[in-house]
Design a binder for this molecule. Sequence first.
Ligand code: NAD
Length: 334
Amino acid sequence: MHDIVLIPGDGIGPEITKSVTTILDAAGADINWIKCTAGLTAQEELGNPLPDETLDAIKKYRLALKGPLTTPIGAGFRSVNVAMRKKFELHSNIRPAKTLPHIESRFDNVDLVMFRENTEGLYIGKEQWVKENSHAESIAVVTREASEKVIRSAFEYAKKKNRKKVTLIHKANILKFTCGLFMEVGEEIAKDYPEIEYEDLIVDNMAMQMVLQPEQFDVIVTTNLFGDILSDLASGLVGGLGLTGAANVGDDAAMFEAVHGSAPDIAGQNVANPIAFLLSALMMLEHIDENDLADRIRQAVYLTLEDKSVCTPDIGGSGSTTAFTEAVVKNLNK
Ligand code: NAD
């Protein structure tokens, strides 16, 4: 039995969580869900977006499946996602983007995995007012240690999964110290993996290459903010945010979540696509070596995608979250 912390999250979080736990339970996953709360829901219920009970549970069980959390824009509390990644040293954010059967998208053969540094860089919001309301600044921190962790994770993944190439993305022509250091670490680590092809690309060129010819990419590794933007782009290449999962992995803890946010515009309408969150849960099953179970569920999802009457509207279906869930459960034994 695996003890796994379950955080349903905000907006569409509870709906997609119900879908995913229903499917995993029906497939016979031997999981004891430890239900916890975080985000706006926790702020409203307990006056704290990241309650101690939730932190203690993750600290104890070291594995979590987390729904999307709402972060207020501008004022209000800072991102709980960012705080959790930092607290549990989840140094690598892993986001695969793979063409799915029966899903219309502009490309037929995308199969890439993005590794994004998850604990530093410009993204973590180390900001200050130089002069209130007229001059603000933001500091990007890049360390050798964090760069090594994510870049080595990307190469180790490539080796384990028999991938052929790692592409490192940077802006070292302009950000000579921060991105320069990241790139230097990449070049050093690449030498330990002579069997894997290594290249680096400047981020603006990468943005163009990804929309022109995404099939050329295999494993990609980059800093936090570039990874945030490029991984959404990667989701777009295979049909959208409702179709890509993600893992936040550290040396001794891991948290699995969908790439998309809490989608408040469609919350409570039974139209949220649970596939992204389900694919994250399958990454979690693989993380705990339940590979056969993950494969069985993945095949049931692929089979279900054939029937548009049960799929959610974002992928051209006329069904709902619950109709999709029921169909996947039925297809588990086919
Ligand atoms: P979003 O991802 O929530 O939504 C963007 C668009 O995609 C919306 O039109 C939404 O309806 C659609 N969409 C997203 N997920 C979908 C799904 N599963 N099925 C169908 N359609 C889906 O991004 P946003 O609107 O920029 O952010 C909303 C909130 O989510 C913000 O508070 C943001 O901070 C938060 N957020 C959280 C996470 C996270 O918890 N990991 C990630 C991104 C954004």
